[in-house]
Design a binder for this molecule. Sequence first.
Ligand code: SF4
Length: 412
Amino acid sequence: MQSETAADNGEEPPATRTLNSLKQFRSAGRGFWSDVSDADWNDWRWQLKHRITNVEQLQRLMPTLTPEEFAGATLANHKLALAITPYFFNLIDPADENCPIRWQVIPRVEETQTAPWEMTDPCGEDSHSPVPGLVHRYPDRVLFLVTDRCAAYCRYCTRSRLVSNASGYDFHPQFDKQIEYIRNTPSVRDVLLSGGDPLLFSDERLEMLLSQLRAIPHVEFLRIGTRIPIFLPQRITPQLCEMLRKYHPLFISIHSNHPRELTTEVREALGRLADAGIPLGNQSVLLRHVNDDPLVMKAQVQKLLLCRVKPYYLYQCDLISGSAHLRTSVRQGLEIMEQLRGHTTGYAVPQYVIDAPGGGGKVPINPDYVMSRNGEEVVIRNYEGKIFGYPEAADGTPLVAPPTEIEEPELV
Ligand code: SF4
């Protein structure tokens, strides 16, 4: 009734206004860097060189740091380095302690607390690594780790044992050995380049890897996992896109968690990749204080489609050491999926997964739409809670009688 009243008054209903405002594209702006030239600001190497990397810089730019953040930033470089590009820093709301960008990149003292079930390698990557820097867990594909550096560091990173090298992991990929393993393993038809962030490499260095992989006859499919379009959209240059388009079929998975990250700069960068014929998917991590809210997630997936990106996975946050303050419940994840499936475009609905602790791989987690089944019938419910019976086919032969709806008045 409230929304009818608002509509009668010529106003948008509150829920619609919130969804729409979350979906607005805005520029990150210049913030503290207003006197920097356009050429420097748009130069990805300038952005990298001017990252915020220590507590003194952070506090100077953001005097509103909380005691938890100040302590976390002081300790950060012993575990997972602190780094934020000036561009991405401008997305932080310094007046809001619960700013969703802030929770993702500003260290907190809670990172030093490890629960008994947390791990340094929650996906068991090291135990599935036949060659340093190569993870071969699934039968037909490998994860090719190319670097331990990222443009900025996510406080919940599942590879925080490795990225930034703050905890002494000493990551040294050996490209010759990694490529040789792929060349000698004909079952590998799909190679995912990740890290760290492969798009931190120069165009020439990245092309050296892509061309060697493309020359292997059984490698059908190349993928790059990157958060650079979000942290550093300046890196997505026309020259990079021209180089990448030579290596099709090449897909890119980006990593974005909140609609505020999808700025006008990001939309343009993603458009350049899409114009180069690169199919784009997004991986989000479900994070407390960031996106554990059906409305935020609905805005996020709809905004991704506006950027020509298919929402691909929604990850339950891995049990990485020191991440309890950012994890939300599976119950909440299922609630979010309930609010997406059927309520918005099917292309916008990601697959919710848990990466099984210790190296079991991705397990799809879905609300229960199958209520029961036996040899004769499957009972299902739709997104509205209506219940239907679908006759099971015997011996693969479809039954002649059409499915009939089972009336469940209390649910309709
Ligand atoms: S960009 Fe990816 S690899 Fe790098 S810190 Fe973030 S989650 Fe980890």
